[in-house]
Ligand binder design. Structure first.
Ligand code: 6PG
Length: 256
């Protein structure tokens, strides 16, 4: 793996998807252990889609699972589709099948959205209230995840923050319901406000299908949804593989 410092954080460039998954699993464990040691718990929000599935499956392997204090770990979702948790479209279902059902994490530490397929607005309100309660947060600005994992869509979306989304406008919400015209579907999503309060934000970007959008997102500016993500005090890391990074110009980036 090669590391580069760029304006939008640190790029961790891996040769292929296999190395990317292994390296990210190591980083996940490192943040989990650091968080549990320093604060007695590890608060993490997972991304959805297909990219993280291999990571989740690896985290279920003893090599990694045995290094995480699951009793201290609390799992949330940075976004969810407004479908039942039994649906193959559900981000909860994918993560539960890939690793949560295979590791000794207390069921009470797994915090999926509720009611998302019936009433997105109510579900988002409930999720935000639940997060504030679990974080024992007096106000929204004190909700600080230890880690938020994010993916990147081919048109620059992340979580369920799509181009033109009202969730990208300045607001004090932590969680919002959004109607995604391109998908003709509702989603529940963390807002940039919540994501940017995190200690560690990690984008996982893999495959040639992301090679056009990745350079656009890493350029200066705040046009694409993923460009609204920039931690206030935390770290921002981009775990990418060569196929996704093949159009990146890193000649000016400082190698770490
Ligand atoms: C979702 C995700 C979404 C995803 C990107 C990338 O619910 O779909 O949270 O933001 O991370 O669309 O998806 P892939 O990993 O499938 O390319």
């Amino acid at each position: 793996m090669k590391c580069f410092q760029v304006e939008r954080g640190i790029i961790k460039l891996c040769a292929a998807a296999g190395e990317l998954t292994q390296t990210l699993a190591q980083r996940f464990v490192q943040i989990a252990q650091e968080s549990a040691r320093q604060r007695g718990r590890f608060m993490v929000a997972l991304s959805g889609g297909s990219t993280p599935k291999a990571l989740f499956e690896l985290l279920a392997q003893a090599e990694f699972a045995n290094r995480i204090s699951w009793h201290d770990t609390h799992i949330f979702w940075g976004d969810e589709r407004c479908v039942p948790h039994q649906s193959d479209q559900s981000n909860y279902k994918m993560a539960n099948e890939a690793f949560l059902s295979k590791v000794p994490i207390p069921a009470s530490n797994i915090h999926p959205t509720v009611g998302q397929s019936d009433n997105p607005q109510r579900s988002a309100e409930l999720y935000e209230a639940s997060i504030k309660t679990i974080f024992n947060a007096q106000d929204s600005s004190s909700v600080c995840f230890d880690l938020i994992l994010l993916g990147l869509g081919p048109e620059g979306h992340t979580a369920s923050l799509f181009p033109g989304s009202p969730a990208l406008l300045p607001n004090n919400c932590l969680v919002m319901p959004v109607y995604v015209e391109a998908l003709k579907a509702y989603r529940i999503t963390f807002t940039p406000t919540l994501i940017n309060q995190s200690r560690h934000i990690i984008f996982m970007v893999s495959g040639a299908g992301k090679s056009d959008i990745l350079p656009q997102v890493l350029e200066p500016g705040e046009i694409l949804p993923a460009q609204f993500i920039y931690p206030i005090q935390g770290t921002l890391e981009w775990f990418v593989d060569e196929p996704a990074a093949c159009k990146l110009d890193l000649t000016a980036a400082s190698s770490l």
